[in-house]
Ligand binder design. Structure first.
Ligand code: PEP
Ligand code: MG
Length: 584
């Protein structure tokens, strides 16, 4: 339970997830324990108990219809379909008839009858051979939970309930919650758990929502309506600050905003060092809507399009046509620059709410499980429709494709084989595509970095995914703030793997980019320049600052500093070298 409310000022330090300052009233999303008890209903009260249940169902329906209208307005038909599926479940006799029968025959309370009926339906779905039906158990559970909340007299607080600019306070948020914030009054968010490179944090960055995560017990110290200031840069959260502090933060926010506007003046300048080393500075996106931000901040193309978000909040996986519409739109809008489309990277912390047929609950270690290209190769039909769409989009823009989570040469070959089969089909069908479309892979598993020389012979390019490379090399869960102190991009093992990958790529004449969050940290830019990466791809709002930093560096100095660090990768030497570079 929450601690007693208090309006005294409290300051918390967490993990910086997304920069910017947010000021607003706390909107606390509570994790509710829905365990229900069983009790006997006297015969004369059975009718009233059935009515109570029917009213809870009616209330739930009303609530869902309201949500459907909002989603339709802000996100369009395809997202609203999710609610249609929920409404169908609500009407399913399996649930409503069973519950009424249980209340009447066994004379038990409605909550218990409902939880039994839901458990029965979930069990039946779990046993289905078709993965699509198995997957629907999550929807049934969610619907059951909503009805239960009405029976218990709670309403499920969700982001749709925001009525004024607010700071979301939650134990945890999923990537889909974060996407949802785009249409709401969410000024920023703070969570008990989470790491800097979790996908929730990455999305917050691209949506420019200030966020601090990994605050441990923030949900216990904030009550709804408390005033909150979130400083996403210093990872500070102030609960109930005095008015002067709020005013200072408001002023600071203005200063930072105008500094950012100033940086955007570099939009049309190249990312080039003072001694003429030119790098490509591209942007990472999760949806076509982010293209506006990519262009406004002056990125030279899209270095990583995380297509898995297309699978979010849908009952069924996207069709080839849906894939194509999205890819063609982005590929055209970024012209004359290229776009690197990454095939779906579902798995890890991108499990929940993906409308893909799979039994993700069964995996004890999702980050080490069926993720990325492993999952794609297991579902050839899904993979094929995505690959065909990417190929078709290559006819209307400068499209490149890459595969995530490659850990063996065989996986890369199998993915390329499937791509080749799609090419053959399209040729037969007379459908246009770019015969020379570049095919690369993400180097994000240590095995790929260590075998980069072999892979380089068969790949057109590498894109180093440091978010995962760090996690897998250092055995540090990227979403676990308890080990965030070990999540260090400057660990010598990481620098050596990057160096080795770049060298192997260059030796084979391939370009090598980096698209993990490490690429967007201006404090590390000198080392990335020194490591001779050809491209950095970063969250769109970070493009201007990274560009400014590169433009102030000397390539020769960066190379020398990087060699020094690789030769003596102790913490003291790294800090000394970085300080020295700053002075120059
Ligand atoms: C990475 O791992 O660095 C990467 C860019 O991919 P994602 O963050 O989507 O796992
Ligand atoms: Mg990754």
């Amino acid at each position: 339970m929450s601690t007693p409310p208090s309006s005294a000022t409290k300051v918390f330090k967490g993990v910086a997830a997304s920069p910017g300052i947010a000021i607003g009233k706390a909107f606390v999303l509570e994790d509710m324990d829905l365990a229900v008890g069983r009790w006997q209903v006297p015969p004369e009260a059975v009718k009233a108990e059935v009515t109570r249940f029917r009213m809870a169902v009616a209330e739930t329906r009303k609530e869902m219809l309201g949500t459907q209208q909002k989603i339709l307005k802000f996100l369009g038909k395809s997202h609203a379909r999710l609610i249609e599926a929920y409404l169908l479940i609500l009407d399913d006799p399996l649930i409503s008839k069973d519950v009424v029968k249980k209340i009447t025959n066994a004379r038990v309370n409605a909550e218990f009858a409902l939880s039994e009926a839901v458990a029965g339906a979930v069990k039946a779905l779990e046993a289905a051979t078709d993965e699509y039906f198995r997957e629907r158990r999550h929807d049934v559970l969610d619907v059951g939970r909503r009805v239960l909340l009405h029976l218990l007299g709670h309403t499920l607080q969700n982001l749709d309930d925001l009525k004024e600019p607010s700071v979301i306070v939650a134990h945890n948020l999923t990537p889909s919650d974060t996407i949802h914030m785009r249409t709401q009054f969410a000024e920023g968010f703070v969570t008990d758990i989470g790491g800097r490179t979790s996908h929730t944090a990455i999305l917050a960055n691209s949506l420019e929502i200030p966020a601090v995560v990994g605050l441990h017990e923030i949900t216990r110290h904030v009550r709804p309506g408390d005033m909150i200031v979130v400083d996403g840069e210093s990872a500070t959260v102030i609960v109930n600050p005095v008015p002067d502090v709020i005013d200072n933060y408001r002023r600071e926010r203005e200063i930072r905003l105008s500094a950012r506007r100033e940086l955007d003046r570099l939009r049309d300048q190249p990312a080039q060092t003072v001694d003429g080393r030119r790098m490509t500075l591209a942007a990472n996106i999760d949806s076509p809507e982010e293209m506006k931000s990519v262009l406004a901040h002056g990125a030279e193309g899209v270095g990583l399009y995380r297509t898995e978000f297309l699978y979010l909040n849908r009952g069924t996986p996207p069709t080839e046509e849906t894939h194509f519409q999205h890819y063609a739109r982005v590929a055209q809008s970024v012209l004359p620059y290229p776009i690197v489309i990454r095939t779906m990277d579902i798995g890890g912390d991108k499990l929940i709410d993906m409308g893909i047929a799979r039994d993700h609950k069964a995996e004890p270690n999702p980050f080490l499980g069926l993720r990325g290209v492993r999952l794609s190769l297991k579902h050839p039909d899904l993979f094929r429709s995505q690959l065909r769409a990417i190929l078709r989009a290559s006819a209307v823009g400068k499209v490149k494709v890459m595969f995530p989570m490659i850990s063996t040469l065989e996986e890369f070959r199998a993915s390329k084989k499937m791509l080749e089969e799609c090419r053959m089909e399209l040729r037969k069908e007379g459908v246009a595509f770019d015969e020379k479309m570049e095919v690369g892979l993400m180097v994000e598993v240590p095995a790929a970095a260590l075998a980069a020389d072999t892979l380089a012979k068969e790949a057109d390019f590498f894109s180093i995914g440091t978010n995962d490379l760090i996690q897998y090399t250092l055995a540090v869960d990227r979403v676990n703030d308890e080990v965030a102190n070990l999540y260090n991009p400057l660990n010598p093992a990481i620098l050596r793997l990057i160096d080795q990958t770049v060298k192997a790529g260059h030796k084979a004449g391939r370009w090598v980019g980096m698209c993990g969050e490490m690429a967007g940290d201006p404090a590390l830019a000198a080392i990335l320049v020194g490591l001779e990466l050809d491209e950095l791809s970063v969250s769109p709002p970070l493009v201007p600052q990274v560009k400014k930093t590169i433009r102030e560096l000397s390539f020769a100095d960066c190379q020398a500093a990087t060699r020094d660090i690789l030769d003596d990768p102790t913490e003291e030497n790294i800090q000394k070298v970085l300080r020295q570079l700053k002075k120059n």
